[in-house]
Design a protein around this ligand. Sequence first.
Ligand code: NAI
Length: 216
Amino acid sequence: MQNKDDISISVIKRLPRYYRFLQSLKDNGIVRISSKELAARMGLTASQIRHDFNCFGGFGQQGYGYNVPELHAKIGEILCVDKEIKTILIGAGNLGKAITNKMFSKNSGFKLIGIFDKNEAICGNMIKGIPVRNVNYLENFCIDNSPVCAVTCIPSTDMEELTDLLVKVGIKSFLNFTNYDIAMAHPGVIVENVHLRDSLLTLGYLTNTSLDKSEE
Ligand code: NAI
């Protein structure tokens, strides 16, 4: 098994996809699968899958393949899905509400403990049983409750001030939906940027290229 710090980020980024595929196999009652079959279903090669799993000690048995529920559980363990990283969300607008409602399910590895917004009209509203608090209380809340992760769903223009405060009160990682470059301003923190529009633009390029070809 490789030292955790030596495992490449591209291997780590493939783990959630393995986890999702294995969940679906498990839900369909599939108990055993070969690396070849798993590779075919996922559009990868069997050697890539073996290489990825070997980084964590390898989970298969020669000639048997992988036990789906066991592999699912092991990858879940590696991804720490049963831990509850204390998380806060800032910006309870359209996106913030959707994220709160859909992302923090059981086995997500995170626990949403606070939601903040600057719009007084929505402060006090409940989303998934959590009250929206005025952002003025953010600093004290963080001092009292020690959240580790922050989800940012506010306009980019307010992000500099907000992230400076969040880093100061101990936030270590960000799920960032804004265009503000947190990692540039705070090189020490962990940032996962999510840009749904990038996917749309990529899809647009590929769709138009395919349409152009079919017209040739
Ligand atoms: P929205 O206008 O519905 O919600 C924004 C919320 O943030 C509002 O409730 C507002 O009161 C609050 N807010 C503004 N400044 C604040 C501050 N300094 N502190 C606390 N709360 C504050 O906007 P929406 O659609 O939810 O988008 C939020 C952000 O997410 C925007 O930056 C938008 O560009 C981005 N976005 C990113 C996507 C992605 O895929 N990365 C997809 C959709 C939106």
